[in-house]
Write a protein that binds this ligand. Structure first.
Ligand code: NAP
Length: 227
């Protein structure tokens, strides 16, 4: 097997666990994040970069021009509770979670379309359907991620390129903060779901499914005026 993947935001959490799993399965991988990667493997190459930096798109373009990729997974994400007295982080959350993913797609997908093959996966969240008074920028960014990936999937399927929107509930990483985290998954379980997505290439994938009724209930409560 000589498949090549590029993973964005993979120095920690779900991205790091996915990198290890794909390397074990024989993939050649390039990774990007702001910190160095703990991985040392001859099939792995890491670049330190920030997805919101001006030079990010150029770096990515160079990487995919050199070696075309079969798979790109965008993991990079941040979230923070809203502080109405200091909202400077709000723009950055949208920039990293949504705009960074769109920048990544713009660098990677044309090369996939030219080859008539490839798979782009973005990591969204069950939060994409919910309004949030606590973290509106995170929820808005994920609503944008899911909406964008859905449209992109429809546009690219006839060209042989697959796009998957993965909507996770709580996953046990440093990002999952807060006291109430129903049906939280282990990172390894999240990567099991990702492996399934890589082989089946669905347009939209939600995990764990048991969280779906909970989200529906939350939406109903919000409609009725609750938080
Ligand atoms: N954990 C959950 O409960 C959960 C649930 C649903 C969806 N998700 C989504 O899953 C994805 C991965 O989250 P996680 O839980 O694995 O979080 P995590 O452990 O905090 O990992 C986030 C990764 O993103 C990278 N990153 C953050 N900002 C970046 C930037 N500006 N440029 C480049 N890389 C950046 C981080 O690396 P550096 O800090 O080195 O840059 C890190 O490798 C996120 O999109 C998140 O929204 C998570």
């Amino acid at each position: 097997m000589n498949l090549r993947a590029i993973l964005i935001g993979n120095s920690d959490g779900i991205g790091l666990a996915a990198t290890k799993r794909l390397l074990a399965a024989g993939w050649n991988i390039a990774g990007i994040s702001r910190s160095e990667s703990p991985i040392t493997n001859t099939s792995y190459h890491h670049q330190v970069a920030d997805v919101s930096a001006a030079e990010y798109s150029g770096l990515l373009n160079k990487l995919v021009m050199k070696d075309p990729v079969d798979l790109c997974i965008y993991f990079a994400g941040i979230g923070q509770l809203l502080d109405p007295l200091d909202m400077t982080i709000e723009e950055r959350i949208i920039d990293v979670n949504l705009t960074g993913m769109v920048r990544t797609a713009a660098a990677v997908i044309p090369q996939m379309v030219r080859r008539g093959q490839g798979h782009f996966i973005g990591i969204s969240s069950l939060a994409d359907e919910l309004l949030s008074y606590e973290a509106p920028s995170y929820h808005a960014s994920k609503a944008g991620v899911s909406n964008y990936l859905g449209g992109l999937a429809l546009a690219l399927k006839p060209k042989g390129v697959y796009v998957t929107n993965v909507r996770f509930g709580f996953v046990d990483t440093k990002m999952a903060k807060g006291n109430v985290q129903p049906f939280k998954m282990s990172v390894e379980k999240a990567v099991d779901h990702l492996e399934l997505c890589i082989s089946k290439r669905p347009i939209r994938y939600t995990a764990p499914k048991i969280s779906i009724p909970l989200v529906k209930f939350r939406k109903l409560m919000m409609k009725l005026g609750g938080k």
